[in-house]
Design a protein around this ligand. Structure first.
Ligand code: NDP
Length: 337
């Protein structure tokens, strides 16, 4: 029974030394518990935040020497829980380890779903994030321009495709020509701009001749600087993440941008709203699973997975995610499945 613990807190970009692979005892389920065998582990940007010692926030930090947290797809291998049978497959939160116990409260039975790992991506937390952020906060109307970065990633790819289904014009931003080509040719985005293009700012402005009505904020940093002057009066900005800053230890160089931001928000009556997807499961998850399930089954939404083999490779893959080396939803294949 292997597990990966947080060995030390990172300074800037994490390194493999911040993690340690350990052998742990095989846990035994008590009354009301199940023993889970991890098949797939989801790697997500929020884990970087939980590696820091942070004050009260949406989720507690990972304590030093404790198992890294994470969503998983698992098989029930022993059960003393009335609702879960041995052999059943579930969506769980077992973290970076081979085996874990659960009292069943955080489990969702997946039945005989032929592509269970999609419940870690487009049909799970990241897809749900796209759905709630775009539809409830962004509220795109037909003909409006929607911009989203990390466009081929777990959240961004769903944002762009849902926006297209709602009749919007979609401009993606991604790292590299391959990702941009995929966003247009496979995902059906109208345009996709390479964020590493030296002319990025100009290219984005050219791609948005009518300005930007909805900017789904995934990345912050230089992308946000280029987006800000293009926002239209009445623009909506669902603030989902700002991965460009997650490893920063200092404020960005240059002038203080706060007055610029405040003036734009005021004069253009921009609505920016942060959201944490954990708050929305109660009222929106069922509608999401039904609607997104239909879109995926009918091929109207495509989901791309970037699959890495072996729990031991999780740290390196996670570090790659923070640098844009993933192409699609990043999952680790841990055990059979
Ligand atoms: P992705 O699969 O999109 O992977 C992260 C991507 O971020 C990379 O592939 C890279 O794409 C991009 N990226 C990395 N560094 C930078 C940078 N410096 N500037 C611009 N882009 C960068 O991850 P997710 O879809 O899981 O997450 C996307 C965002 O959504 C994150 O900010 C995450 O924190 C947030 N999120 C928020 C939730 C909430 O509840 N609010 C829930 C889930 C996710 P590329 O190379 O193509 O630019």
């Amino acid at each position: 029974n292997r597990r990966i613990v947080l060995a030390s807190r990172p300074n800037g970009l994490p390194s493999t030394h911040n993690f340690r692979l350990e052998q742990a005892e095989m846990p035994t389920p008590g009354p009301g518990q199940v023993l889970l065998r991890t098949e797939y582990l989801s790697l997500d940007p929020y884990m970087r935040n939980l590696m820091e010692e942070i004050g009260p926030t949406y989720a507690p930090s990972v304590p030093l020497d404790q198992t890294m947290v994470g969503g998983t797809i698992a098989r029930v291998v022993a059960s003393k829980h009335p609702q879960f049978r041995v052999g059943e497959r579930v969506l769980a939160n077992a973290g970076w380890q081979d085996y874990a116990l659960s009292d069943g409260q955080d489990l969702l039975a997946l039945g005989d779903d032929p592509r269970p790992s999609l419940s870690l991506g487009g049909l799970g937390m990241p897809g749900f994030t796209a759905y709630v952020g775009l539809l409830d906060i962004g509220q795109p109307k037909p003909g409006e321009t929607v911009v989203v970065a990390a466009a081929t990633g777990a959240v961004g790819s769903a944002v762009g495709q849902i926006a297209k289904l709602k009749g919007a014009r979609v401009v993606g931003i991604a790292g590299g020509a391959d990702k941009c080509r995929y966003a247009v040719e496979e995902l059906g985005f109208d345009v996709c701009i390479d964020r590493r293009d030296p002319q990025f700012e100009q290219r984005l402005a050219e791609a948005c001749p009518d300005g930007i009505d909805v900017y789904f904020e995934n990345v912050g940093g230089a992308v946000f600087d280029a987006v800000l002057p293009l926002l239209n009066v009445g623009a909506r900005v669902p603030v989902c993440g700002h991965i460009a800053d997650y490893n920063s230890q200092n404020l960005p160089a240059g002038p203080n941008r706060l007055p610029l931001l405040m003036a734009a928000v005021l004069q253009k009556r921009i609505r920016m709203q942060g959201f944490i997807i954990l708050d929305h499961y109660g009222e929106r998850f069922e509608a999401f699973r039904r609607e997104m399930g239909e879109w995926v089954a009918s091929g109207r939404i495509k989901l791309r997975e970037d699959r890495v083999d072996g729990l031991e490779n999780a740290p390196e893959a996670f570090i790659g995610l923070l640098q844009g080396r993933n192409f699609g939803k990043l999952v680790v294949r841990v055990g059979e499945g």
